[in-house]
Write a protein that binds this ligand. Structure first.
Ligand code: 7TS
Length: 426
């Protein structure tokens, strides 16, 4: 891949921040957009704008075609069972809440168990807490080991005949761990439980094939994969979606409505109430084309090389504590760390002075932070347009912060995780 050429496709990458060229290392929060996506969005509003699934007029037909074509592209991108199994939502959070409401409220009973992990983003934790409280269900957890990988013995210990759902993140947004989803799928299958995979950090960065993962629900967001904000995806087998209750009621999701009752539309419209973000979905189609053109194997290979380089370079910095697996094969393009006792927000501010964008804080993973014995971290996360030169600038800026603050030795609980000898699959 010609990274310089790719960079030219992203207008924002040529801007300056505080007088320095922007180094954007906050891709786990949201990705930048190639010109093709920005133009798809403005083209839509300039030439096609009309509501979908309504029209007998040309614009509405064209808008509907773009919307439905994007659904097919999503299905192809992750090898979903069918286009009808792809539901457009607002984001990953809404996709997971959809399952908690439409499946959970119908099928979870008192005493049933939902198995989660200790590294979930709050959006794959809080909806299950709410459901469990409402239904008298029990939450169980696969805990995180000090090296930032999951303790799979907990999976065998805590999954059982009462387990109805296992919900796990494919890739940790906070520390970058790539989890062995197939192992979770085997356990779920052996128990007749369902498996939900939070793929917000995997689909944008590594090749994902739903057939290989063996999951029942897959959730992700367009904005983290070069698409616009306000578009999310939930994928589930049609038989499952047929059994589930609607999530939101209103226009588009109905077949017939009487004053006292209604019947539901066919899939996937049963779960798409109200006017969807059709302009965003059309532009998401352009993002999928762009990523498809790069090839997800190439995207992953570039990010793995970059993160291996970043780990090596950051480990040279005195007083640094890096969280998560040290083997780049087990880690996505995320590196999360603390530098001595410098507060992550202070570190983020120094980096910003050098034009470098990172995230600092708990990354919506407070239980994981507690488990690691910290309040938060500074997190750099790469995408396909980042370069080794940018990693060098980043390391140099960290060194500047070290000198500025005068780094104290890390506390015993903050020692770097040991490299894990064992490799696990995705
Ligand atoms: N799950 C994971 C693993 C995530 O990383 C995120 C967002 C979500 C769910 C929620 O996605 P949303 O599109 O509904 O917001 N993660 C982050 C992050 O790491 N920094 O900002 C958002």
């Amino acid at each position: 891949m010609d990274i310089d050429k790719i960079r030219k496709d992203f207008p924002i990458l040529s801007r300056r921040v505080r007088g320095k060229p922007l180094v954007y290392l906050d891709n786990a929060a949201t990705s930048q957009k190639p010109r093709a996506v920005i133009e798809a969005l403005s083209n839509f509003y300039e030439n096609t704008n009309a509501n979908v699934h309504r029209g007998i007029h040309t614009l509405s037909e064209e808008a509907t075609a773009l919307y439905e074509e994007a659904r097919k592209k999503v299905a192809r991108f992750v090898h979903a069972p069918s286009p009808e199994s792809v539901i457009f939502t607002r984001n990953t959070t809404e996709s997971i809440n959809l399952v908690a409401h439409a499946w959970g409220r119908k099928f979870i009973n008192p005493g049933d168990e939902i198995l989660l992990t200790g590294m979930e983003h709050h959006s794959n934790l809080v909806p299950w807490q709410i459901l469990a409280q409402e239904k008298g269900a029990v939450l169980k957890f696969v805990e995180v080991r000090p090296d930032g990988t999951l303790n799979l013995e907990d999976l065998d210990r805590n999954a059982g005949p009462r387990t109805k759902l296992i919900a796990v993140t494919h890739v940790s947004n906070a520390i970058g761990t790539i989890n062995p989803i197939r192992r979770f799928a085997q356990v779920a299958k052996s128990l007749g439980a369902l498996l939900l995979v939070d793929a917000a950090q995997s689909v944008p960065h590594i090749p994902v094939d739903m057939r290989v993962l063996g999951c029942d629900f897959l959730a992700f967001s367009a904005h983290k994969m070069m698409g616009p904000t306000g578009v999310g995806v939930l994928i589930a087998h049609e038989e499952m979606l047929e059994k589930m209750s609607p999530f939101l009621g209103g226009g588009d999701m109905i077949r017939e409505v009487w004053l006292e009752k209604a019947t539901w539309n066919e899939l996937p419209y049963k779960f798409e109430a109200g006017t969807p973000n059709f302009a965003g979905v059309a532009a998401f189609g352009a993002a999928l084309d762009y990523l498809q053109g790069l090839g997800m194997d190439n995207v992953r290979a570039h990010e793995q090389e970059l993160i291996g380089y970043a780990l090596k370079s950051l480990l040279q910095i005195e007083g640094i504590t890096i969280y998560g697996p040290m083997d780049s094969a087990q880690r996505s393009g995320v590196v999360s760390f603390n530098l001595g006792t410098i507060h992550p927000h202070d570190l983020g501010t120094v980096l910003d002075e050098d034009g470098i964008a990172v995230r600092a804080g708990h990354h919506c993973c407070q239980p994981l932070m507690r488990r690691l014995g910290i309040n938060g971290t500074t997190r750099a996360s790469v995408y396909v347009y980042n370069t080794k030169e940018e990693i060098d600038k980043f390391a140099k800026s960290l060194d500047r912060a070290r000198t500025l603050f005068g780094v104290c030795a890390p506390s015993p609980t903050d020692r770097p995780a040991k490299p894990s000898a064992k490799k696990e699959g995705r």
